[in-house]
Structures are given as C-alpha cells and as structure tokens.
Write a protein that binds this ligand. Structure first.
Ligand SMILES: Cc1cc2nc3c(=O)[nH]c(=O)nc-3n(C[C@H](O)[C@H](O)[C@H](O)COP(=O)(O)O)c2cc1C
Length: 402
C-alpha cells in the first residue's frame, strides 16, 4: 500500500493550451492510487471536454458555482475541503492574479479561496505573460502565502516563442503532488535554531543613527523554513518592516551590542545563522542632546569598532553552537572574500551573496548565493529568498552533527 492510497486531489483545470496535459496527469494520479475530482473553469472548456475529464477521473466534473444540484450534492466549500490537496493545472496568469488578490467569482477561484488544504500550482503561459511584472508580483505574493509551485520550465511554447512559461510535464507534476501529500520529515525536531536578521541601528544622537539597507527578508525566510523542519526558532532582529513568521520566537534589538547580548542569552543552541547586516562601527560617544547644525561646521564623529558577533560566537569555548553559519555580503570577489571570512571567523559555513547595487539583493525578493564550507564551494542559481531559505535549512539539517 503506497502512502498515497486513500488520499484525494481536487484538480482545477484552467483555460490554457496546456490543459490537454491535465488528462495525462489524471491518468498518472489514478495509477498511483489517488482519487481525483475535477473543477474546470469556463475557459478550460475551450481546450478539453468535461466528458474526457469525467471519463478519466471516473467522477462528475464540477464547473458551476451557482448549480443547485451540485450545491445540494456537495457544496462548494465541502468540495474545496474534502480533498487532501488542490492542484491547478494549468495555472493561468488569470487564475494566479485572482488567487493573489482573493477573488472568488467562479467555482475554481471560490474553491481556492475557501480551502484549508495546501495548494500546488503548475503555471503555463506565454513567456511575456510569465515575465510581466504583474505576474511576477502575483507569483511572489502566492509563494509568500505558502502556495506551492512546480515549474514553469524553460522551453518552446505552443505559440512558437522560447523561454520560461512552459508547463512542467505531467510526470513532474505527479512527483510534486506525491511530495506534497507525503508527511514532511521534521529533521530539526528537538533542535534549537537562532537567526539574526535585518540591519542594526547605531545612534549618533537622540534623533540620528547609522544603519544600512538590509530588509531582513532573507533572515525571516530562514526562520520560517526552520520552523517547517520542526526547529524551535528564535529570530534576533534589527528594525525591519516584516511580519514575524508563525511559530517563531522574536527578540527585537537595535544596536550591534544589543544583538550580541541577545545571541549570548539564547545559547546553547544547535544552529546559529548570522544573517543580519551588523554595522561595523558605532559612534564613540553618543550625544545626549540633538547635535545642533552650525553653519559651515559639520561635526566630525569619532567611530569605534562594533563587536564581531559572528566571530565572538563561533570562537567560544563553551556553549558554541554545533553549526555556525555566517552571511557575507560582498560587492566584489565574492567567493574569495567568503573563503577568507570562513577561516578568519571560525565558522562552519559562509553564505556569500553579491550585494552590489546591480544585483538588487538588498531589499529585493531574490538572491543568488554561494555556499562556502570546508567541503568546497557550491554555486546556487538565482532563486527567491524563500527558496534559498528552504534549500539552506535542508542542507544545514544534513550537516548538523547528530
Ligand atoms: C488559444 C488560447 C490559448 C491560451 N493559453 C493560455 C495559457 O497557456 N496560459 C494563460 O495564462 N492563458 C492562456 N490563454 C488566455 C486564457 O484562456 C484567458 O486568460 C482566460 O480568461 C483564462 O481563464 P481561467 O483562468 O478562468 O481558466 C489562452 C487563450 C487562448 C485563446
């Protein structure tokens, strides 16, 4: 008996050329022992027939929100919740836009809004539609909302153009469905993870400070991913404008010295990830009153070095976390500097990223990182900060001494 036996999928077929591949997908899913119910959008009827879909699912196709008989047999809310997973194949630009904005003006969008089950999208559209800033925004929003994605792949499209937007193959979608329906292992259950995030703020006087452009997005995404793997997770965060991920403990701090103190208070822990952009220097003497502007005379500020939080924790002789991970924001010679930092700071892994203004990493939603450790350098492709976080937490859970 497979882990999928007895589970069911609600397949929502959108109105795109790739809808014909939904038929092959139904065959694959039923072959794996899954029950499949289907909703077709109005536009989907232009591409595949309800008769083909019903023949393959062995069940009635649902396509009307305001159907009296359907509503009596199985209401739209029950339909959206009776399955273990909702899968949208193909996920059109239109369906993604509706989902991102919470629309519910037909059966498909209403079921997607009303469900309490995970949702997996297999987008398919013309490359320009996929790359359009509106679709990019919608996809990023849906990922933040916890919606799962498979594809799209790069390839030739039905319209003759080439690029990202081609729907993942039915076999890939079936594998993603299988993964989504298999209970996730919790490799970090019983482990404690501490993550620093955001910038620090070093005061000059009661109204001014020195800081940087760190948004905290990567650190917050890491905290979210650590919770998914079962870790007790503490975020030690400088001032940012982000919601605290569910299940994450939070210690807000302002200065580097406060951040170090908060980190030390959280020891012992299993994994410590230093993702915050800590100011290297602070003003030697913080003015107690606002420094007055004097014509032609700018104040000169004497600076002192801030504590090196990463090195302080990584080189401790007692309560050193089992795995110490540092982020290195570089604007040039990214890997070279990361290698030097690994040796100098005494940490186990350095995640190096290019934060030069052209990279758009600071404040942006995407990241391109190099993972540098004693084992060598891994160059990861550009992906969302959420994807970097998930992949990195998986890797750290493997590296963590048992
Ligand atoms: C021939 C044809 C092919 C289309 N293919 C796609 C597609 O692959 N992806 C997409 O997002 N929209 C595609 N569209 C546009 C959608 O059908 C249209 O946006 C429709 O409103 C989507 O409805 P739905 O999201 O409710 O299924 C296509 C339209 C036509 C006429």
């Amino acid at each position: 008996m497979s882990a999928l036996t007895g589970k069911s999928v609600l397949l929502i077929i959108g109105g795109g050329i790739a809808a014909y591949k939904a038929l092959e997908l139904i065959r694959l899913l039923r072959g794996r022992g899954l029950a499949v119910k289907a909703i077709m959008t109005k536009a989907a009827h232009e591409f595949v027939t309800p008769l083909s879909v019903a023949s393959l699912t062995g069940a009635k196709v649902h396509d009307h929100l305001f159907s009296l008989t359907d509503e009596i047999e199985m209401g739209h809310i029950e339909l959206s919740r009776s399955a273990d997973l909702l899968v949208v194949v193909p996920a059109t630009a239109d369906l993604m836009a509706k989902m991102a904005h919470g629309h519910a003006d037909d059966l498909a969008s209403t079921a997607l809004l009303a469900t309490d089950k995970p949702v997996l999208l297999a987008p398919a559209m013309n490359v320009r539609m996929w790359l359009n800033p509106a679709t990019r925004r919608n996809a990023d929003q849906l990922k933040r909302d916890g919606v799962l994605f498979i594809g799209p792949n790069d390839g030739e499209m039905a319209c003759g153009e080439f690029g990202p937007g081609r729907m993942a193959e039915p076999i890939e979608i079936a594998a993603a469905i299988e993964k989504a329906l298999t209970p996730q292992a919790k490799p970090l259950a019983g482990r404690k993870v501490m993550i620093t995030a955001g910038p620090t703020r070093e005061p000059i006087d009661p109204v001014r400070y020195i800081s940087n452009h760190s948004s905290g997005k990567q650190g917050y995404a890491l905290a979210e991913a650590a919770v998914v793997l079962g870790a007790q997770t503490m975020l030690i965060s400088g001032p940012v404008d982000l919601p605290i991920p569910p299940g994450v403990g939070m210690i807000p701090v302002e200065t580097a010295e406060e951040m170090l103190k908060a980190c030390e208070n959280e020891l012992p822990c299993d994994i410590a990830i230093f993702c915050a952009a800590v100011a290297d220097w602070r003003v030697a003497r913080v003015a107690t009153e606002k420094i007055k502007k004097a014509e032609g005379r700018a104040p000169s500020l004497a600076m002192v070095e801030n504590p090196d939080i990463l090195r302080t924790i990584a080189t401790r002789t007692d309560k050193r976390p089992k795995l110490v991970v540092g982020f290195a924001a570089e604007t040039e010679k990214v890997v070279e500097h990361a290698r030097e930092k690994l040796a100098k700071k005494g940490c186990d892994v350095i995640i190096a990223n290019d934060v030069s203004p052209e990279s758009g990493v600071f404040g942006g939603d995407r990241n391109k990182v190099h993972v540098v450790s004693a084992q060598g350098v891994e160059i990861w492709p550009e992906m969302t900060k959420q994807e970097v976080a998930r992949r990195l937490m998986d890797k750290l859970s493997e590296l963590l001494p048992k």
